[in-house]
Design a protein around this ligand. Structure first.
Ligand code: CP
Length: 313
């Protein structure tokens, strides 16, 4: 595996989950694999979990880690080919990607959707430009349309906590005051499809995600019906896809409560707004898996990095 850019880069989902859970038991089992390797992590957006868990995963594999808050500290990048750079952008992606490739063996990139220009976001300009001009493998730490490290984490957590072979898993939209990307929901849906899971998506009418992502996944507009007898309820807000990046509904009736959760486990990628997306009682109760999900970010990143290291010459 050269790059890890989307769920499509997982060649055997069951084996990856098994391997990640084995790494969780023995995190230092491959501590010599990355001994002479360096990972560079470039953040164009904020992060707590992705930054620290990817760093921890790399350290568990014996790698050196270099981190840069590129959005704040780097030169503003120009992505257009053949442009006259007489405005704000000081450095072209062509040089930046080649320069970083000399310092590192693997390059992680976080670059969120702008939510202003659907076409540009779907083209994944930042991460695909690094992929194009860098000479080293690229790791997606959340791009415009996907968060494949998070989705792998989520599946690992479900496999760890499931009590039946085919649990009912529901992805529920929840209200949020700000416009958020669709990346987490997209990758979660894709990994549910890859796993052929018993899976339902629920959201208010008008909040349909990209049909190229949802494909034939079950969509139920009645949240109560969707949540009935669920084993896992994954909650996430996303902004509107059709009316791109807009918040058209903040219906408080979609907040997740203890009553709605029933006997299901509660999942969220974090960070989460308490008593907006989900009430305190759920997050503080013993059905919440959010802290364990955050823990599993390390082992998802570790299995991905292990596979990338194994393909380096
Ligand atoms: N879930 C997640 O990616 O968290 P951070 O944004 O804090 O990295």
């Amino acid at each position: 595996m050269k790059h890890y850019l989307s769920i499509n880069d997982i060649d055997s989902v069951n084996r990856w989950v098994e391997d990640a859970l084995a790494l969780k038991k023995k995190p230092l089992a491959f501590k010599k694999l990355g001994r002479k390797r360096t990972i560079g992590l470039l953040f164009f957006n904020n992060s707590l979990r992705t930054r620290l868990s990817t760093q921890k995963a790399a350290m568990n594999l014996g790698m050196k880690v270099m981190i840069m808050n590129f959005g704040k500290d780097g030169w503003a990048l120009e992505f257009e080919d053949g442009t006259i750079m007489d405005k704000g952008n000081a450095e072209h992606i062509k040089e930046a990607a080649q320069v970083v490739s000399q310092y590192c063996d693997i390059l992680g990139i976080r670059a969120f959707a702008s939510l202003k220009n659907k076409e540009a976001d779907e083209a994944e300009l930042v991460i695909n430009s690094f992929k194009k001009y860098a000479s080293i493998p690229v790791l997606n730490m959340e791009s415009s349309v996907g968060h494949p490290l998070q989705a792998l984490t989520d599946l690992i957590t479900i496999e760890e906590y499931k009590k039946s072979t085919d649990p009912k898993i529901v992805l529920s939209w929840a209200p949020h005051p700000k416009a958020l990307p669709q990346a987490v929901a997209n990758s979660f849906i894709e990994i549910m499809q890859l796993k052929n899971a018993n899976f339902t998506i629920t959201h208010p009418k008008g909040y349909e995600l990209d049909p190229k992502v949802t494909k034939n996944s079950r969509i139920e507009y009645d949240q109560e019906k969707a949540l009935k007898d669920a084993d896992f309820v994954y909650v996430k807000n996303w902004s509107n896809y059709k009316n791109y990046g807009k918040v058209i509904n903040q219906d408080k009736n979609w907040i997740i409560t203890e009553k709605k959760l029933g006997n299901a486990k509660f999942m969220h990628c974090l960070p989460v707004r308490r008593n907006v997306v989900v009430e305190d009682a759920v997050l503080d109760g013993n059905q919440s898996l959010v802290i364990e999900q955050a823990n599993n970010r390390t082992f998802a990143a570790q299995i991905v990095l292990k596979k990338m290291l194994e393909t380096l010459k």
